[in-house]
Design a binder for this molecule. Structure first.
Ligand SMILES: Cc1cc2nc3c(=O)[nH]c(=O)nc-3n(C[C@H](O)[C@H](O)[C@H](O)COP(=O)(O)OP(=O)(O)OC[C@H]3O[C@@H](n4cnc5c(N)ncnc54)[C@H](O)[C@@H]3O)c2cc1C
Length: 425
Protein backbone atom coordinates (compact mmCIF):
# COMPACT_ATOMS: atom_id res chain seq x y z
CA UNK A 1 0.00 0.00 0.00
CA UNK A 2 1.32 3.51 -0.82
CA UNK A 3 1.38 6.37 1.63
CA UNK A 4 -0.63 9.36 0.36
CA UNK A 5 2.54 11.46 0.29
CA UNK A 6 4.28 8.83 -1.86
CA UNK A 7 1.61 8.71 -4.57
CA UNK A 8 3.05 9.27 -8.04
CA UNK A 9 2.15 12.55 -9.76
CA UNK A 10 1.53 10.70 -13.03
CA UNK A 11 0.23 7.25 -13.86
CA UNK A 12 -1.27 5.37 -16.79
CA UNK A 13 -4.58 4.50 -15.13
CA UNK A 14 -6.12 6.16 -12.07
CA UNK A 15 -8.93 4.07 -10.61
CA UNK A 16 -11.29 5.82 -8.18
CA UNK A 17 -12.89 3.28 -5.84
CA UNK A 18 -11.55 0.03 -4.40
CA UNK A 19 -14.77 -2.01 -4.60
CA UNK A 20 -14.95 -5.27 -6.58
CA UNK A 21 -14.74 -3.44 -9.95
CA UNK A 22 -11.84 -1.11 -9.09
CA UNK A 23 -9.79 -3.59 -7.05
CA UNK A 24 -10.02 -6.36 -9.66
CA UNK A 25 -9.28 -4.01 -12.57
CA UNK A 26 -6.26 -2.63 -10.69
CA UNK A 27 -5.01 -6.17 -10.13
CA UNK A 28 -5.48 -7.28 -13.75
CA UNK A 29 -3.71 -4.16 -15.06
CA UNK A 30 -0.82 -4.52 -12.60
CA UNK A 31 -0.40 -8.14 -13.72
CA UNK A 32 0.22 -6.78 -17.19
CA UNK A 33 2.85 -4.35 -15.90
CA UNK A 34 0.62 -1.30 -16.40
CA UNK A 35 1.21 1.57 -13.99
CA UNK A 36 -2.01 1.91 -12.01
CA UNK A 37 -3.13 3.85 -8.93
CA UNK A 38 -6.26 2.82 -7.00
CA UNK A 39 -7.65 5.38 -4.54
CA UNK A 40 -10.24 4.31 -1.98
CA UNK A 41 -11.88 6.81 0.34
CA UNK A 42 -12.37 4.38 3.22
CA UNK A 43 -9.46 3.61 5.53
CA UNK A 44 -10.26 -0.12 5.52
CA UNK A 45 -12.24 -2.62 3.49
CA UNK A 46 -14.98 -3.15 6.09
CA UNK A 47 -18.50 -2.79 4.72
CA UNK A 48 -21.65 -4.40 6.01
CA UNK A 49 -24.43 -5.91 3.92
CA UNK A 50 -22.73 -5.49 0.55
CA UNK A 51 -22.63 -7.92 -2.35
CA UNK A 52 -21.60 -11.11 -0.63
CA UNK A 53 -23.18 -13.48 -3.12
CA UNK A 54 -21.06 -14.07 -6.21
CA UNK A 55 -22.98 -15.37 -9.24
CA UNK A 56 -21.80 -18.62 -10.90
CA UNK A 57 -20.35 -16.93 -13.99
CA UNK A 58 -18.03 -14.82 -11.87
CA UNK A 59 -17.05 -17.75 -9.66
CA UNK A 60 -16.02 -19.51 -12.88
CA UNK A 61 -14.17 -16.39 -14.10
CA UNK A 62 -12.31 -15.87 -10.81
CA UNK A 63 -11.07 -19.46 -10.95
CA UNK A 64 -9.97 -18.99 -14.57
CA UNK A 65 -8.06 -15.91 -13.45
CA UNK A 66 -6.17 -17.94 -10.83
CA UNK A 67 -7.98 -16.70 -7.69
CA UNK A 68 -9.30 -20.20 -6.81
CA UNK A 69 -6.59 -21.08 -4.26
CA UNK A 70 -7.03 -17.74 -2.42
CA UNK A 71 -10.82 -18.19 -2.33
CA UNK A 72 -10.39 -21.76 -1.03
CA UNK A 73 -7.86 -20.59 1.58
CA UNK A 74 -10.29 -17.97 2.93
CA UNK A 75 -13.35 -20.19 2.81
CA UNK A 76 -16.80 -19.51 1.35
CA UNK A 77 -20.20 -21.08 1.18
CA UNK A 78 -21.54 -22.67 -2.00
CA UNK A 79 -25.27 -22.21 -2.57
CA UNK A 80 -26.97 -25.26 -4.06
CA UNK A 81 -30.39 -23.98 -5.00
CA UNK A 82 -33.01 -21.29 -4.66
CA UNK A 83 -36.68 -22.08 -4.05
CA UNK A 84 -39.65 -19.72 -4.37
CA UNK A 85 -42.37 -20.48 -1.81
CA UNK A 86 -45.74 -18.71 -1.62
CA UNK A 87 -47.74 -19.17 1.60
CA UNK A 88 -46.09 -22.53 2.23
CA UNK A 89 -46.53 -23.76 -1.35
CA UNK A 90 -43.41 -24.44 -3.44
CA UNK A 91 -43.69 -22.64 -6.79
CA UNK A 92 -40.27 -22.81 -8.40
CA UNK A 93 -36.96 -24.45 -7.60
CA UNK A 94 -33.66 -23.84 -9.38
CA UNK A 95 -30.66 -26.07 -8.71
CA UNK A 96 -27.50 -24.26 -9.76
CA UNK A 97 -25.69 -27.51 -10.63
CA UNK A 98 -28.27 -28.06 -13.43
CA UNK A 99 -27.50 -24.84 -15.34
CA UNK A 100 -25.33 -25.38 -18.46
CA UNK A 101 -22.38 -23.71 -16.64
CA UNK A 102 -22.83 -26.15 -13.71
CA UNK A 103 -21.02 -23.85 -11.26
CA UNK A 104 -22.48 -22.94 -7.87
CA UNK A 105 -22.74 -19.33 -6.67
CA UNK A 106 -20.67 -18.66 -3.58
CA UNK A 107 -21.05 -16.43 -0.58
CA UNK A 108 -17.94 -14.68 0.72
CA UNK A 109 -17.71 -11.35 2.58
CA UNK A 110 -16.88 -8.46 0.24
CA UNK A 111 -13.84 -7.32 2.30
CA UNK A 112 -12.34 -10.80 1.86
CA UNK A 113 -12.95 -10.81 -1.89
CA UNK A 114 -11.47 -7.34 -2.34
CA UNK A 115 -8.58 -8.26 -0.03
CA UNK A 116 -7.77 -11.20 -2.32
CA UNK A 117 -7.64 -8.90 -5.38
CA UNK A 118 -5.52 -6.29 -3.59
CA UNK A 119 -3.09 -8.84 -2.14
CA UNK A 120 -2.51 -10.27 -5.61
CA UNK A 121 -2.09 -6.76 -7.08
CA UNK A 122 0.46 -5.72 -4.48
CA UNK A 123 2.86 -8.38 -5.73
CA UNK A 124 3.39 -6.15 -8.78
CA UNK A 125 5.57 -3.02 -8.51
CA UNK A 126 3.44 -1.02 -10.95
CA UNK A 127 0.45 -1.18 -8.54
CA UNK A 128 -0.20 1.64 -6.07
CA UNK A 129 -3.07 1.68 -3.57
CA UNK A 130 -3.98 4.69 -1.43
CA UNK A 131 -6.58 3.98 1.27
CA UNK A 132 -8.32 6.86 3.02
CA UNK A 133 -7.96 8.91 -0.17
CA UNK A 134 -11.05 10.51 -1.70
CA UNK A 135 -11.61 11.73 -5.24
CA UNK A 136 -12.64 15.39 -5.14
CA UNK A 137 -12.67 16.51 -8.78
CA UNK A 138 -11.44 16.04 -12.35
CA UNK A 139 -8.66 17.96 -14.04
CA UNK A 140 -9.35 18.75 -17.68
CA UNK A 141 -7.62 20.23 -20.70
CA UNK A 142 -9.16 20.98 -24.11
CA UNK A 143 -12.33 19.07 -23.21
CA UNK A 144 -10.49 15.89 -22.17
CA UNK A 145 -10.00 14.53 -18.66
CA UNK A 146 -6.32 14.58 -17.73
CA UNK A 147 -6.45 13.37 -14.11
CA UNK A 148 -8.08 13.97 -10.75
CA UNK A 149 -7.74 15.92 -7.55
CA UNK A 150 -7.66 13.91 -4.32
CA UNK A 151 -7.95 14.46 -0.57
CA UNK A 152 -5.89 12.22 1.69
CA UNK A 153 -6.07 11.31 5.36
CA UNK A 154 -5.94 14.48 7.46
CA UNK A 155 -7.29 16.56 4.57
CA UNK A 156 -4.07 16.94 2.53
CA UNK A 157 -4.80 17.63 -1.15
CA UNK A 158 -2.97 16.41 -4.24
CA UNK A 159 -3.62 15.66 -7.90
CA UNK A 160 -2.58 12.85 -10.23
CA UNK A 161 -2.31 13.00 -14.02
CA UNK A 162 -3.46 9.89 -15.85
CA UNK A 163 -4.12 8.81 -19.42
CA UNK A 164 -7.46 7.58 -18.21
CA UNK A 165 -9.46 8.03 -15.00
CA UNK A 166 -11.70 5.05 -14.23
CA UNK A 167 -14.74 5.91 -12.10
CA UNK A 168 -15.36 2.72 -10.07
CA UNK A 169 -16.82 4.59 -7.11
CA UNK A 170 -20.17 2.87 -6.88
CA UNK A 171 -23.87 3.72 -6.98
CA UNK A 172 -23.47 7.33 -5.75
CA UNK A 173 -20.43 7.97 -7.99
CA UNK A 174 -18.85 11.37 -7.57
CA UNK A 175 -16.76 10.79 -10.69
CA UNK A 176 -20.02 10.36 -12.60
CA UNK A 177 -21.38 13.60 -11.11
CA UNK A 178 -18.22 15.54 -11.96
CA UNK A 179 -17.92 14.05 -15.45
CA UNK A 180 -21.10 15.73 -16.66
CA UNK A 181 -22.26 12.40 -18.14
CA UNK A 182 -26.00 12.21 -17.62
CA UNK A 183 -27.44 9.37 -15.55
CA UNK A 184 -31.07 8.36 -15.68
CA UNK A 185 -31.91 7.43 -12.08
CA UNK A 186 -35.10 5.37 -11.78
CA UNK A 187 -36.34 4.60 -8.26
CA UNK A 188 -37.86 1.13 -7.99
CA UNK A 189 -41.35 0.91 -6.51
CA UNK A 190 -39.98 -0.57 -3.27
CA UNK A 191 -36.94 -0.39 -1.01
CA UNK A 192 -35.17 -3.07 1.02
CA UNK A 193 -34.26 -3.76 4.62
CA UNK A 194 -31.50 -6.32 5.29
CA UNK A 195 -30.40 -8.14 8.42
CA UNK A 196 -28.43 -11.21 9.42
CA UNK A 197 -29.38 -14.08 11.72
CA UNK A 198 -27.40 -17.10 12.90
CA UNK A 199 -28.03 -20.04 10.55
CA UNK A 200 -29.82 -22.88 12.34
CA UNK A 201 -28.13 -26.29 12.29
CA UNK A 202 -29.42 -28.39 9.41
CA UNK A 203 -30.59 -25.41 7.31
CA UNK A 204 -28.47 -26.59 4.37
CA UNK A 205 -26.97 -24.56 1.55
CA UNK A 206 -30.25 -23.47 -0.01
CA UNK A 207 -31.64 -19.99 -0.66
CA UNK A 208 -35.33 -19.09 -0.47
CA UNK A 209 -37.71 -16.51 -1.86
CA UNK A 210 -40.66 -16.43 0.57
CA UNK A 211 -43.70 -14.67 -0.95
CA UNK A 212 -47.01 -13.47 0.44
CA UNK A 213 -48.98 -11.25 -2.02
CA UNK A 214 -46.83 -8.11 -2.52
CA UNK A 215 -44.45 -8.87 0.37
CA UNK A 216 -41.41 -11.09 0.15
CA UNK A 217 -38.24 -12.16 1.89
CA UNK A 218 -35.00 -13.27 0.28
CA UNK A 219 -33.26 -15.71 2.65
CA UNK A 220 -29.68 -16.62 1.72
CA UNK A 221 -27.17 -18.77 3.57
CA UNK A 222 -24.16 -16.56 4.27
CA UNK A 223 -20.54 -17.36 5.16
CA UNK A 224 -19.58 -18.59 7.69
CA UNK A 225 -22.76 -19.47 9.58
CA UNK A 226 -25.40 -16.80 8.99
CA UNK A 227 -28.59 -16.26 7.06
CA UNK A 228 -28.75 -12.95 5.17
CA UNK A 229 -32.31 -11.73 4.82
CA UNK A 230 -33.71 -9.03 2.59
CA UNK A 231 -37.23 -7.73 3.21
CA UNK A 232 -39.03 -5.48 0.73
CA UNK A 233 -40.90 -2.43 1.99
CA UNK A 234 -42.95 0.22 0.21
CA UNK A 235 -40.95 3.18 -1.15
CA UNK A 236 -39.83 5.68 1.47
CA UNK A 237 -41.86 3.99 4.21
CA UNK A 238 -39.01 3.17 6.56
CA UNK A 239 -40.40 5.82 8.91
CA UNK A 240 -43.86 4.19 8.93
CA UNK A 241 -42.32 0.75 9.44
CA UNK A 242 -40.34 2.00 12.44
CA UNK A 243 -43.34 3.87 13.82
CA UNK A 244 -45.33 0.62 13.79
CA UNK A 245 -42.63 -0.82 16.08
CA UNK A 246 -40.17 -3.68 16.15
CA UNK A 247 -42.71 -6.31 17.36
CA UNK A 248 -44.91 -5.66 14.29
CA UNK A 249 -41.86 -5.90 12.01
CA UNK A 250 -40.84 -9.20 13.60
CA UNK A 251 -44.39 -10.55 13.27
CA UNK A 252 -44.33 -9.66 9.56
CA UNK A 253 -41.08 -11.59 9.07
CA UNK A 254 -42.40 -14.58 10.98
CA UNK A 255 -45.58 -14.70 8.88
CA UNK A 256 -43.49 -14.77 5.68
CA UNK A 257 -41.13 -17.45 6.99
CA UNK A 258 -42.26 -19.13 10.25
CA UNK A 259 -38.84 -20.86 10.47
CA UNK A 260 -37.36 -17.45 11.36
CA UNK A 261 -39.83 -16.51 14.14
CA UNK A 262 -37.68 -17.51 17.15
CA UNK A 263 -34.48 -16.24 15.52
CA UNK A 264 -35.81 -12.72 14.85
CA UNK A 265 -37.31 -12.62 18.31
CA UNK A 266 -33.93 -13.39 19.87
CA UNK A 267 -31.51 -11.58 17.58
CA UNK A 268 -33.26 -8.46 16.26
CA UNK A 269 -33.26 -6.31 19.36
CA UNK A 270 -33.22 -2.84 17.76
CA UNK A 271 -33.43 -1.16 14.36
CA UNK A 272 -29.62 -0.97 14.55
CA UNK A 273 -29.62 -4.69 13.70
CA UNK A 274 -31.12 -3.86 10.29
CA UNK A 275 -29.73 -2.01 7.29
CA UNK A 276 -31.76 0.08 4.85
CA UNK A 277 -31.13 0.03 1.09
CA UNK A 278 -32.80 2.47 -1.28
CA UNK A 279 -33.37 0.64 -4.55
CA UNK A 280 -32.87 2.45 -7.84
CA UNK A 281 -31.30 1.84 -11.19
CA UNK A 282 -28.87 4.22 -12.87
CA UNK A 283 -28.64 4.05 -16.64
CA UNK A 284 -26.43 6.18 -18.86
CA UNK A 285 -26.34 6.83 -22.58
CA UNK A 286 -22.58 7.50 -22.44
CA UNK A 287 -20.15 5.74 -20.11
CA UNK A 288 -17.00 7.45 -21.42
CA UNK A 289 -15.43 10.78 -22.26
CA UNK A 290 -11.95 11.42 -23.62
CA UNK A 291 -9.71 10.40 -20.70
CA UNK A 292 -12.51 8.93 -18.56
CA UNK A 293 -14.60 5.75 -18.22
CA UNK A 294 -17.19 4.66 -15.66
CA UNK A 295 -17.45 1.00 -14.65
CA UNK A 296 -19.37 -1.16 -12.16
CA UNK A 297 -22.24 0.41 -10.23
CA UNK A 298 -21.02 3.89 -11.28
CA UNK A 299 -22.08 3.15 -14.87
CA UNK A 300 -25.00 0.78 -14.32
CA UNK A 301 -26.49 0.51 -10.83
CA UNK A 302 -28.91 -2.41 -10.78
CA UNK A 303 -31.25 -3.84 -8.13
CA UNK A 304 -30.35 -6.66 -5.70
CA UNK A 305 -32.57 -9.18 -7.54
CA UNK A 306 -30.57 -12.33 -8.40
CA UNK A 307 -27.42 -10.81 -6.81
CA UNK A 308 -25.90 -9.55 -10.06
CA UNK A 309 -24.09 -6.33 -8.98
CA UNK A 310 -20.76 -7.96 -8.12
CA UNK A 311 -21.05 -10.20 -11.16
CA UNK A 312 -21.44 -7.18 -13.46
CA UNK A 313 -18.55 -5.40 -11.69
CA UNK A 314 -16.23 -8.40 -12.08
CA UNK A 315 -17.13 -8.91 -15.73
CA UNK A 316 -16.58 -5.19 -16.39
CA UNK A 317 -13.03 -5.39 -15.02
CA UNK A 318 -12.23 -8.60 -16.89
CA UNK A 319 -13.48 -7.27 -20.23
CA UNK A 320 -11.84 -3.86 -19.79
CA UNK A 321 -8.29 -4.95 -18.83
CA UNK A 322 -7.28 -6.15 -22.33
CA UNK A 323 -8.89 -3.09 -23.96
CA UNK A 324 -6.84 -0.74 -21.76
CA UNK A 325 -3.68 -2.79 -22.24
CA UNK A 326 -4.10 -2.67 -26.02
CA UNK A 327 -4.73 1.09 -26.09
CA UNK A 328 -1.83 1.91 -23.74
CA UNK A 329 0.59 -0.34 -25.62
CA UNK A 330 0.27 1.97 -28.64
CA UNK A 331 2.21 4.60 -26.65
CA UNK A 332 1.69 8.38 -26.48
CA UNK A 333 0.87 10.54 -23.51
CA UNK A 334 -2.51 12.01 -24.46
CA UNK A 335 -5.79 11.07 -22.74
CA UNK A 336 -7.27 7.90 -24.24
CA UNK A 337 -10.09 8.91 -26.61
CA UNK A 338 -13.63 7.91 -25.59
CA UNK A 339 -13.85 5.86 -28.82
CA UNK A 340 -11.26 3.46 -27.33
CA UNK A 341 -14.08 2.08 -25.22
CA UNK A 342 -16.85 1.79 -27.86
CA UNK A 343 -16.52 -2.00 -28.21
CA UNK A 344 -16.23 -2.50 -24.45
CA UNK A 345 -19.29 -0.35 -23.74
CA UNK A 346 -21.39 -2.12 -26.38
CA UNK A 347 -20.48 -5.54 -24.97
CA UNK A 348 -21.05 -4.61 -21.34
CA UNK A 349 -24.27 -2.73 -22.09
CA UNK A 350 -25.76 -5.92 -23.58
CA UNK A 351 -25.04 -7.86 -20.37
CA UNK A 352 -26.32 -5.08 -18.11
CA UNK A 353 -29.50 -4.64 -20.20
CA UNK A 354 -30.30 -8.36 -20.01
CA UNK A 355 -29.91 -8.23 -16.23
CA UNK A 356 -31.91 -5.04 -15.60
CA UNK A 357 -34.71 -6.13 -17.95
CA UNK A 358 -35.13 -9.36 -15.99
CA UNK A 359 -34.87 -7.55 -12.65
CA UNK A 360 -37.64 -5.10 -13.63
CA UNK A 361 -39.85 -7.96 -14.75
CA UNK A 362 -39.22 -9.87 -11.53
CA UNK A 363 -39.70 -6.80 -9.29
CA UNK A 364 -42.98 -6.00 -11.13
CA UNK A 365 -44.20 -9.57 -10.56
CA UNK A 366 -43.27 -9.55 -6.86
CA UNK A 367 -44.99 -6.18 -6.30
CA UNK A 368 -48.38 -7.44 -7.60
CA UNK A 369 -51.31 -7.47 -5.18
CA UNK A 370 -54.44 -7.73 -7.37
CA UNK A 371 -55.89 -11.28 -6.96
CA UNK A 372 -56.03 -11.88 -10.73
CA UNK A 373 -52.42 -10.82 -11.18
CA UNK A 374 -51.39 -12.93 -8.20
CA UNK A 375 -53.06 -15.92 -9.86
CA UNK A 376 -51.22 -15.19 -13.13
CA UNK A 377 -47.92 -14.90 -11.24
CA UNK A 378 -48.52 -18.25 -9.55
CA UNK A 379 -49.28 -19.94 -12.88
CA UNK A 380 -46.24 -18.34 -14.49
CA UNK A 381 -43.87 -19.53 -11.76
CA UNK A 382 -45.39 -23.02 -11.75
CA UNK A 383 -45.22 -23.27 -15.56
CA UNK A 384 -41.59 -22.18 -15.60
CA UNK A 385 -40.86 -24.76 -12.91
CA UNK A 386 -42.25 -27.56 -15.12
CA UNK A 387 -40.33 -26.47 -18.22
CA UNK A 388 -37.33 -28.69 -18.93
CA UNK A 389 -35.86 -25.63 -20.69
CA UNK A 390 -35.98 -23.45 -17.56
CA UNK A 391 -32.23 -23.73 -16.97
CA UNK A 392 -31.43 -22.71 -20.54
CA UNK A 393 -33.90 -19.78 -20.41
CA UNK A 394 -32.51 -18.34 -17.16
CA UNK A 395 -28.91 -19.11 -18.06
CA UNK A 396 -28.78 -15.91 -20.14
CA UNK A 397 -29.44 -13.83 -17.03
CA UNK A 398 -27.59 -15.81 -14.37
CA UNK A 399 -24.56 -16.85 -16.40
CA UNK A 400 -24.10 -14.36 -19.26
CA UNK A 401 -20.86 -15.25 -21.02
CA UNK A 402 -17.92 -13.01 -21.86
CA UNK A 403 -14.58 -13.46 -23.58
CA UNK A 404 -11.58 -13.90 -21.27
CA UNK A 405 -8.15 -12.81 -22.38
CA UNK A 406 -5.63 -15.68 -22.12
CA UNK A 407 -3.01 -13.28 -20.69
CA UNK A 408 -5.21 -12.80 -17.64
CA UNK A 409 -5.75 -16.53 -17.25
CA UNK A 410 -1.99 -17.05 -17.07
CA UNK A 411 -1.65 -15.30 -13.72
CA UNK A 412 1.80 -13.88 -13.27
CA UNK A 413 2.59 -13.86 -16.98
CA UNK A 414 1.70 -10.28 -17.81
CA UNK A 415 2.14 -8.62 -21.18
CA UNK A 416 4.28 -5.59 -20.39
CA UNK A 417 3.29 -2.26 -21.86
CA UNK A 418 5.37 0.92 -21.74
CA UNK A 419 4.66 3.08 -18.71
CA UNK A 420 4.11 6.83 -18.64
CA UNK A 421 6.05 7.08 -15.37
CA UNK A 422 9.02 5.06 -16.51
CA UNK A 423 9.20 7.34 -19.54
CA UNK A 424 9.34 4.41 -21.95
CA UNK A 425 7.11 5.95 -24.53
C1 LIG B 1 -27.35 -4.17 0.82
C2 LIG B 1 -26.71 -4.61 -0.47
C3 LIG B 1 -26.67 -5.97 -0.75
C4 LIG B 1 -26.12 -6.39 -1.96
N1 LIG B 1 -26.06 -7.74 -2.22
C5 LIG B 1 -25.47 -8.17 -3.35
C6 LIG B 1 -25.24 -9.55 -3.60
O1 LIG B 1 -25.54 -10.43 -2.77
N2 LIG B 1 -24.67 -9.91 -4.77
C7 LIG B 1 -24.27 -8.97 -5.69
O2 LIG B 1 -23.77 -9.37 -6.75
N3 LIG B 1 -24.46 -7.66 -5.48
C8 LIG B 1 -25.02 -7.23 -4.34
N4 LIG B 1 -25.12 -5.89 -4.09
C9 LIG B 1 -24.63 -4.95 -5.09
C10 LIG B 1 -23.11 -4.92 -5.03
O3 LIG B 1 -22.65 -4.68 -3.70
C11 LIG B 1 -22.59 -3.84 -5.99
O4 LIG B 1 -23.23 -3.97 -7.24
C12 LIG B 1 -21.10 -4.00 -6.17
O5 LIG B 1 -20.43 -3.87 -4.93
C13 LIG B 1 -20.61 -2.93 -7.16
O6 LIG B 1 -19.22 -2.91 -7.17
P1 LIG B 1 -18.45 -1.57 -7.54
O7 LIG B 1 -17.01 -1.90 -7.37
O8 LIG B 1 -18.93 -1.06 -8.84
O9 LIG B 1 -18.91 -0.49 -6.46
P2 LIG B 1 -18.82 -0.51 -4.86
O10 LIG B 1 -18.78 -1.89 -4.33
O11 LIG B 1 -19.89 0.39 -4.37
O12 LIG B 1 -17.40 0.15 -4.57
C14 LIG B 1 -17.18 1.52 -4.77
C15 LIG B 1 -16.01 1.94 -3.92
O13 LIG B 1 -15.70 3.30 -4.20
C16 LIG B 1 -15.41 3.97 -2.99
N5 LIG B 1 -15.65 5.41 -3.18
C17 LIG B 1 -16.84 6.04 -3.27
N6 LIG B 1 -16.66 7.37 -3.45
C18 LIG B 1 -15.33 7.57 -3.48
C19 LIG B 1 -14.50 8.73 -3.65
N7 LIG B 1 -15.04 9.97 -3.78
N8 LIG B 1 -13.16 8.59 -3.63
C20 LIG B 1 -12.60 7.36 -3.48
N9 LIG B 1 -13.32 6.23 -3.32
C21 LIG B 1 -14.67 6.32 -3.32
C22 LIG B 1 -16.35 3.34 -1.97
O14 LIG B 1 -15.89 3.51 -0.65
C23 LIG B 1 -16.32 1.86 -2.42
O15 LIG B 1 -15.30 1.14 -1.77
C24 LIG B 1 -25.64 -5.44 -2.89
C25 LIG B 1 -25.66 -4.08 -2.59
C26 LIG B 1 -26.16 -3.66 -1.38
C27 LIG B 1 -26.12 -2.18 -1.04
Amino acid sequence: MSEFSELPGTTDVLIVGGGPAGALLGCLLARRGIDVVVVEKQQDLERSFRGENIAPRSVHTLRELGFGPALDAHGYLSIDSVTAIERGRRLLRLEYGKFPLATLPIDIPQPALIGIFLAAAQAHPSFHLAMGTAFTGLTEHDGAVTGATLRGPGGAATSIRARVVIGADGRFSKVRQRSGLAADITPMARDFLSFKLPRPAGWGDDGYLMIEDDRHLVVLPTWPDFLRIGHNLPKRQLGELRAAGLPAFKAGIASLDPRLADLVEEHITSWEDTSFLEIFTAEMREWARDGLLLIGDASHTCTPILGQGVNLAIQDAVCLAPVLAGALSRGGDRPLPAATFDGYVAMRRRHKTTVTRYQRFQEGALAEKHPVKLFIRRVRFATLNQLPLKYRLLDRVVNAAHPIDPVDIAAGAPALVPSVRSGQR
